[in-house]
Design a protein around this ligand. Structure first.
Ligand code: ZN
Length: 173
């Protein structure tokens, strides 16, 4: 039904979700430190694509679930599309300009896995903790992201090569 590469890709994607969920459980199990129990769950996985028009039907097929929302985040120069996968989501990201961060990412590394986002209940407190623990934050203040979230990114250089997003529901801001 799907090409071999697509099947391998889907397998890898599932592996990443399972790994990330396991990692959060592991962190929660080591509950003896306040540093280690605040990344609540994998909120979403961000994937860079050249074209949402092309990617949305492909991912609907791949994931077996419809895209339920698209949204422009003008400040980040991205168009996003969301899919629900159980407790987590998949976020597709398309650049709105030829020199946007997603366009640059694709130019360097091609389409594919871009970031892993973790839900936090207090993003400012979490940013302070991460900074104190030596992680390099890419923004000093929480930014408005897609999907009604406040977000902050951690540089992949300080996080094992993975671009990590902290995100908090905006209700109380
Ligand atoms: Zn994201």
């Amino acid at each position: 039904m799907f090409g071999l590469r697509t099947q391998i890709y889907l397998k890898r994607l599932k592996g990443i979700v399972v790994f990330s969920e396991g990692f959060v459980k592991f962190l929660k199990s080591k509950d003896n430190s306040n540093h280690l129990n605040v990344m609540e769950k994998v909120e979403h996985i961000g994937i860079a694509v050249r074209s949402l028009t092309d990617a949305i039907p492909k991912y609907e097929q791949l994931l077996g679930t419809p895209c339920y929302k698209t949204e422009e985040v003008a400040s980040e120069q991205v168009r996003t599309a969301f899919f629900k996968q159980g407790e987590s989501k998949i976020e597709l990201l398309e650049s709105m300009s030829p020199d946007g961060v997603i366009a640059q990412f694709i130019e360097k590394r091609g389409e594919g896995l871009h970031h892993i986002a973790f839900a936090v209940s207090d993003i400012r407190a979490e940013m302070e903790k991460k900074k104190a623990d030596g992680f390099q934050l890419l923004n000093a203040e929480p930014k408005t992201g897609a999907d009604n979230k406040l977000v902050c990114f951690i540089h992949p250089k300080s996080a094992g090569g993975v671009l990590v997003e902290l995100c908090q529901e905006r209700n109380d801001e």
